[in-house]
Ligand binder design. Sequence first.
Ligand SMILES: [Zn+2]
Length: 206
Amino acid sequence: MLLSGGIDSATALYLTKKTKPVRALSFEFKGIAESELRSAKSIANLAGVLEHRILRLPDLREAGDIPGFRLAGRPRSYIPLRNSVFYSLAASVAEETGADTIVGGHNKDDQEVFEDVSSQFFTPLQAALRAASPVLRRDRLRIVRPLRDLPKPEVIKLGTSLQVPLELTWSCHRDMKEHCWRCDGCRSRRRAFMEAGIPDPIGGNL
Ligand SMILES: [Zn+2]
């Protein structure tokens, strides 16, 4: 499964590991917050995954790091064709390791912002990946998104019930020791915990 260090993927990981062993896959792209990778490592370790693999893509950039106006209007943290790239790489790992399912932690809110977390994207991608590999076809590779119908506050409630270590998750887009509480990621985290009626273990409600 794809693990970013955020609340959603950590919750999807804990939900998935209830029923099957999990390999976690993270991506180290240009400008990723070190704290986010550190969170992913801590969460994977605590969850007892079979393997936590970190694929390094040092030349893959976020929109905020791309000069010019070509990607104007996209969120700063958007990576061009992000999920086309990430899920193809996840399928490569699946073909190598024998995994028959790729799990993504996208929640309902994500689908309102990004087109590449929709069924219109994932259904043909799954078909294309199977078409590309007799191994994936035989294993009937599936891409699943267990949080797809849950808005973020509901994900937090679910994560709390699954005892996800929310104190280890990282939501900030900046590479700082602690959350900045000013960027989009931090503001979304604060709002979601408040709407869930659950105190953020790292103090974002203060
Ligand atoms: Zn922040």
